[in-house]
Design a protein around this ligand. Structure first.
Ligand code: FE2
Length: 243
């Protein structure tokens, strides 16, 4: 049964993205069907047991200060879609990042994940860059290079559990997000299409949310280097064979 579920999801994801990446007119209809399919995934379908996280994060073979805040389990990848599971230590986070020109689905397997996401908006040259609390101003001009700033609209902040619907992101909706494990460890399945590919303009960028001195609808994200406190290791998949 478990093998059936994970292979059904992989097959649905493969077919969905093969279709919608070539025909955007059926996009939402197909994504909704894939969401319904993904909502069925449970940790047990991937042979992820209650003890896995405890084992993962309490291994005595690693010095405490070298334990990664997040671990990744690769499930599947082809040229159209990638799938894996992120395991977050309690209180840890996947910092604010984007998925340029990509679609994504996140299904929580266990724990509670606080998701904060933003939708990028067109960077019109007429957009006034406000003054930010984080920066000193020089002669009233922002010191932040315009090219490092991305204007967005707040999309959602929500606590998501295994009972919640799949979170969906589109190229222009909820595309930048931060995920934080609250109330203990958590894990979620991540499906991305097409996969990250820096050579094809799909590199993962990290951001800091800036606070404007005067409030407004536009939330400005500052591109930053990958945060030093965030790194991952990879753990093997031990669930049913994925075909
Ligand atoms: Fe993400």
């Amino acid at each position: 049964m478990a093998a059936l579920t994970i292979n059904k999801v992989v097959s649905a994801a493969r077919e969905t993205f093969k279709t919608i990446l070539s025909d955007k007119t059926v996009l939402m209809e197909h994504l909704q069907k894939l969401k319904i399919c993904c909502n069925e995934i449970k940790a047990s379908d991937l042979n992820i047991t209650a003890g896995v996280t405890q084992e993962l994060f309490s291994s005595s073979s690693r010095p405490a200060d070298r334990k990664p805040p997040v671990s990744y389990m690769h499930l599947y990848e082809d040229e159209g879609v990638s799938m894996g599971v992120f395991f977050l230590r309690g209180g840890s986070r996947i910092p604010l990042h984007n998925h340029p020109n990509m679609y994504g689905l996140c299904k929580v397997l266990y724990g509670t994940i606080n998701v904060q996401s933003f939708s990028p908006i067109v960077k019109d040259n007429n957009l006034d860059i406000p003054e930010f609390n984080e920066f000193q101003q020089q002669e009233g001009r922002p010191t932040t290079p315009r090219e490092l700033l991305t204007p967005t609209k707040h999309y959602v902040t929500d606590n998501v559990t295994s009972d919640s619907d799949v979170c969906l992101l589109l190229p222009d909706v909820g595309n930048c997000h931060e995920l934080k494990a609250v109330d203990g460890p958590a894990a979620f399945v991540d499906i991305l299409a097409p996969p990250y590919a820096p050579d094809e303009g799909r590199d993962c960028m990290y951001y800091k949310l800036l606070t404007a001195k005067k409030g407004g609808d536009i939330k400005w994200l500052l591109e930053i280097p990958p945060p030093a406190e965030f790194w991952t290791d990879e753990i093997p998949y031990t669930g049913p064979e994925i075909k």
